[in-house]
Design a protein around this ligand. Structure first.
Ligand code: AMP
Ligand code: MG
Length: 484
């Protein structure tokens, strides 16, 4: 692994140097060998479990790593916190993978830092395994996401509701730049720092903007919005509920980050919210596009002073991008849903066709994943078609008629639908059972078996059916907690 640490060159204000805490008895729990190969982890190291445990607990430093805690602020549930920062994470630096792509390597749960406030700097095994499994599932589903290289148990207990084994998860991300990183400096009116951060973000994620005519910070907002829209549309496609879309959890690169209280949608209902700390339903499934827009408005505020020295003129340049967000999102959403329904192009009437289906799913409390999987299969299996006609009424015939207007065979349409509609997702009750098994047995077998299925979410493997059943109670009593 070849470290090349550019973030720290931004200057002292952007981080606090910090060494990970010692882990008394580190043990490798999960290792991502595919990702390790991509990152060019040397083969000898990849085979040496005890060395991996030392490096990815933070006990030993990889050559070239320079551990820091990143500074950031953030709106949490709508309220601004000027100083959050990595309170339990250490950015080790950046590595270039075998395709010359740059990745941040971060340890999470690796001890206290200058930003820990009252926190213990630790992570429990359950949330660490959840992050590993969920992010691998999302990657395989085709959703932009940070990834996990390792989960290492520390040999120490952490105290949450009770004692739990402590763990360190190694997170890999295109970067850890967040809207909150910009807010940290914008709140202190440090325009120079915001500008440095913008230029750094452009160089790292949007190099094509370096050459453009016109104001590159307006273009930056436009590009970041585009990535957010793609991200949220992918979440809506697979039924992912992030649970804590605070601005400090909104990555500039447009990747899913922070799998704390996340969950998957079962029965279709836009109001679905599982997080115990989200009593108002701010981050409910159907609110996610609106919240992304709100977060983009917070990002735009940070850019105002760079766009024009006259506040009014700056606003005139940025506000239209925020105002257009909803329409732009809706177009992307309709195109995505058309894909789920096997429509090769979007026609005028399709938005209504999509809307009616979603209304029926909600009214009849039908499982989101199963419904679309069955629609695809109904093209070849008459018994499923009959059941769906009963479940969906006229709508089913309207859809069939719409498909007949296309020049594709039923087999072709089914194949196209299979690219958009997973047969299996990391359902909440299976995830909980897997975490429980990992915690009580101290073994990773249940997670490994789950991962094997989740890594092929569009293919029916022999063991896939073990994980497809919707929750017996429709997840009515399901609750998630922040991954602390
Ligand atoms: P999160 O909810 O994980 O996005 O974290 C929000 C903020 O709380 C970040 O500044 C974290 O670093 C901090 N934080 C979360 N858990 C802990 C912990 N156990 N110890 C210290 N800081 C934490
Ligand atoms: Mg966070």
């Amino acid at each position: 692994m070849k470290f090349d640490n550019t973030y720290v060159h931004l200057g002292d204000a952007f981080y606090a140097g910090s060494d990970p805490a010692a882990a008394p008895n580190p043990g490798l729990f999960l290792w991502n060998s595919d990702l390790a190969r991509q990152l060019m982890v040397p083969d000898e190291l990849s085979r040496d479990m005890s060395a991996l445990a030392q490096f990815f607990s933070g006990n030993r430093m990889l050559p070239g790593a320079q551990p820091v805690a990143m500074a950031y602020a953030g709106h949490q549930f709508g309220h601004f916190a000027p100083r959050l920062g990595d309170g339990r994470a250490h950015l080790l630096g950046e590595v270039l993978d075998r395709d010359q792509r740059r990745w941040d390597i971060q340890l999470k749960g690796s001890g206290r830092t200058a930003f820990s406030r009252g926190g213990d700097g630790r992570c429990a095994l359950g949330p660490a395994v959840r992050e590993f499994v969920m992010s691998e599932a999302m990657q395989a589903l085709g959703v932009p996401t940070t990834r996990c290289l390792a989960v290492v148990t520390t040999g120490e207990s952490v105290f949450r509701e009770g004692p739990s084994p402590g763990a360190v998860v190694t997170r890999i991300a295109p970067s850890h730049l967040r809207v909150g990183t910009f807010q940290f400096f914008a709140a202190g009116a440090d325009h120079e720092a915001v500008e440095a951060l913008c230029d750094y973000t452009i160089a790292r994620h949007f190099p094509e903007l370096e050459e453009i005519q016109g104001n590159k910070y307006v273009a930056l907002l436009d590009s970041v919005i585009e990535k957010q829209i793609r991200l949220i549309v992918s979440w809506m496609r697979v039924g992912f509920i992030h649970g804590v879309m605070n601005t400090d959890n909104t990555a500039l690169s447009g990747h899913t980050i922070d799998y704390g209280p996340c969950a998957m949608l079962g029965a279709y209902d836009p109001q679905t919210v599982y997080s115990s700390i989200d009593g108002q339903g701010r981050y409910a499934f159907g609110n996610q596009p609106g919240i992304a827009q709100w977060n983009m408005a917070r990002f735009a505020e940070c850019l105002l002073p760079l766009v024009d020295s006259d506040g009014e003129r700056a606003l005139q340049k940025l506000a239209p991008l925020i105002d257009e967000f909803a329409d732009r999102y809706q177009r992307a959403f309709v195109a995505m849903m058309a894909g789920k329904l096997g429509l090769a192009t979007v026609a005028q009437a399709d938005e209504a066709l999509i809307g009616t289906l979603l209304d029926i799913l909600q009214r009849r409390q039908l499982d989101y994943t199963t419904a679309f999987d069955r629609l695809g299969r109904s093209l070849q299996e008459e018994d499923i078609a009959q059941q769906l006609r009963a479940d969906l009424g006229d709508w089913f015939d309207r859809w069939q008629q719409r498909l007949r207007g296309q020049e594709h065979t039923r087999a072709e349409v089914q194949q196209a639908m299979q690219q958009h509609n997973p047969v299996v997702i990391p359902r909440n009750h299976h995830m909980e059972a897997v975490l429980h098994s990992c915690q009580t047995s101290g073994e990773a077998t249940a997670a490994e078996e789950f991962l094997q299925v989740l890594r092929s979410p569009y293919t029916r493997l022999p063991q896939t059916s073990r994980y497809q059943d919707p929750p017996a109670d429709g997840d009515r009593h399901y609750q998630t907690f922040c991954g602390t």
